[in-house]
Every structure is written in C-alpha cells, then in structure tokens.
Design a protein around this ligand. Sequence first.
Ligand code: FAD
Ligand code: DHB
Length: 389
Amino acid sequence: MRTQVCIIGGGPSGLLLSQLLHRKGIDTVVLERHSREHVLSRIRAGVLEWGTVELLREAGVGERMDREGLPHLGVNLALQNRAFRIDFQKLVGKKVMVYGQTEVTHDLYAARDAIGGKVICEAEGVTLHDLDTDAPFVTFVKDGSEQRIDADYVVGCDGFHGVSRRSIPADTLREYEKVYPFGWLGVLSRTPPVHDELIYANHPRGFALCSMRNRNLSRYYIQVPLDTKLEDWPDEAFWEELKRRIPTDAAERLVTGPSIEKSIAPLRSYVAEPMRWGRLMLCGDAAHIVPPTGAKGLNLAASDVHYAYHALADHYLEGDDEGLERYSERALARVWKAMRFSWSFTMLMHRFPDQSPFEQRMQEAELEVLESSRAAQTVMAENYVGLPY
Ligand code: FAD
Ligand code: DHB
C-alpha cells in the first residue's frame, strides 16, 4: 500500500491530523493498535482551548461540539474551602469549551467514516523503517498477515507508550522529565455538576478538582498518594473526602451518586526533543506529557497537529518546506510554555509529601496574589485559555 502521510495512532491527534489533511486532498492512512471501542472507552480530558475548538471546526467536526459543548467564561480557585474567580472573558476576552475527549474522538471517527478515511485498527507490531531516507515505510500485522505501507512522511501520534518516539536514535533524542509524588483519583458520575464552572481547590488534605462533561455528568478528582489502590476508595469515601477539600458552599450542595468510572492517573512532566527526525514528525503525547492540572494535554496535541498540518499542506500544495524544516522548533516553543504553566499550576495547588511550612505559606501567598492582582489573574487567564499558535 502507498500513501502520502502514514499516521501512527488513532487517538485524537492522529485522527484530527488525518481529517485536516484529507480535506486538503492529501492522502493518509492511520494505524491504530487497539480496537475503536477501546479507544472510545477512555475517559480523559474535558476542557478545550478556543484554538482547539477552531481547529476541530476547520476539520469539519465542530457541529455537535458547538451544539452540546459548554462554553466557560471563567474558572474558580479555592484555598482552604473558600473560592475566588478568574474571569477569562473580562481579563483576556476569551473562553474555553467543556467537551470531553471521548466525544471529540467519537466525532472524529464518525467524520473519517463519512468520507472514507483509511483507519486500520488492531494493527499489531507497527514498526517504522528508513525514516532518515526519502523512502520511509511502515510494517505491521493485521489479521495475522504482515503488511507494508510506503509513505512520503510518517507522523507519530501514538501517545506516550508508542513506537514512534523510540524510532529516533538514542544519541539524537533529548528527554526532560519530572515525576510528581502523587496521583489523581478521578470519578465520573451521572449527577449535575456542583457548580456551573470548574473549581480547582488547594486544601491541607490535598488538591481537589470539580469538573464536568455536561449538565448531568460530573467529573471530580482528588489528589492521592502514588501507592493508592482503587479498592481503597469506595464511592462513599470518595464523596466524603471531596467534600472536605472543596469550598464549603459547594460541599453543601454537592449531589452525589454512583460512580460510572473511577481511575487513578499518575502526574508527570516530560518533553522529547527534537519533534522531527528525518521523515518522522511527533505530535501530542508521543512527544510530551503534562500533569493534568490546567487541562493542557489534549490542547497541546491539537497545537502540534496545527503546525504539522500546515507544514504538510504547505509542502504538498505550495511546494514550500519551511514549515517542515521548522516544525520541531515551532511546536516546542509552545510546548515548553504549556509545560511551564501546568508545572507551576501543579506546584501551586498540591500538597507535597515533604512540603515545609514555609513552602505551604508560599502557596497561600501566591494564591492571595492571584486573588487580589489583576495582572497575576491576566497571566493565569492567558495561559488557561491557551497561548496563541
Ligand atoms: P493518545 O490519546 O494517547 O492516543 C495515542 C493512540 O495511539 C492510542 O489510541 C494508542 O492506542 C495508539 N498507539 C499507541 N501505541 C501504538 C502503536 N505501537 N501502534 C499503533 N497505535 C498505537 N489531558 C487533559 O487535558 N485533561 C485530563 O483530564 C486528562 N486526563 C488524562 C488521563 C489519562 C489516564 C491519560 C493517559 C491522559 C490524560 N490526559 C488528560 C491527557 C490527554 O488525554 C492526552 O494529552 C491526549 O489523549 C493526547 O492525545 P494523543 O492522540 O496525542 O495520544
Ligand atoms: C479536567 C481535567 C483537568 O486536568 C483539568 O485541569 C480540568 C478538567 C476534566 O477531566 O474535566
């Protein structure tokens, strides 16, 4: 088989890139290791920056998001059970959209199907070859038989555990990493959200977040130690702990119910450089991971896709290779700023196992600066709604 761009990974980045390129007449094949059902069953991100919203619209998958998504004009930060608000609309004239990654991925699969996009699921043993030549190719096994795809370019959209990043020689790849000493226990429940905006809470017992997917689907998280087991947290215990950490008025009106999903995610910051090597480009979690605080993971994947899409479109439609040559530099410039934001927001909001009273006071002072300074709020708002592409 031959294609112009072979995309590894059928998560949000791979599908979005494939859909955008298809609309410019550029041929792609997406190879996904898991079944579609598996990809669609993962509960992950929930908040879209406006740049991501616009890119999804450009890809022709904005219709349901525009109908069912919830625009949010601000966010709430809490310290010791008392909250204050950061008003994005007033500070920077922008907003975000609450619309789940599961829905985004669902819409992208539907759009690929509608225009006959080639997505090969359950592709095993995907291997990338000759990436440093003009004739790269990819091999994989489907239904027991080995297959080969020749391509002009290969784009690695295969997440943190994928093969693409590992295809870059070790003496070329530079890695930067920070692992945080706690995780997030997340619960999804079919209950009305406790508030019409998100609440990020700093509390002596640990961080908590009140989020949502729609008007009758809530997503809540609490910080937990790394060795926590799901069995340690029956629903009742989760709701009691959440109530202790969030603003008092929110705790009083919290509607609880059975969890329909419960999972623990570790927190990590990670960047791989460069994001392009020969005919390979990396997009999304294949190249970087952020801790979830501030909801940047999926949005960074979308900004990488934006740069990769324009680079490939300029190459094929204009014969202009500048975007390809500068892809790594451009994508990384934005990645590092989002890394800084999610790292600093994580450091501000969590209780660290070895945190000294001084460090705790520094968190409190910084939150008080945020509450009282329009300048500090503006920086927070600019980063939360998403830096320009
Ligand atoms: P992925 O979504 O990881 O997709 C990669 C795809 O590649 C997968 O479908 C995978 O099956 C496939 N693949 C992997 N290896 C291979 C291979 N060898 N061959 C073929 N295919 C392969 N972000 C937020 O903003 N907010 C959140 O609340 C949030 N929660 C998260 C919770 C968890 C448990 C995780 C893991 C991530 C979370 N994120 C969150 C991050 C966000 O979900 C990711 O940034 C986003 O999914 C990145 O999209 P992606 O397409 O780059 O990678
Ligand atoms: C969600 C996750 C986040 O990490 C975040 O900062 C905001 C919302 C969520 O899953 O809804």
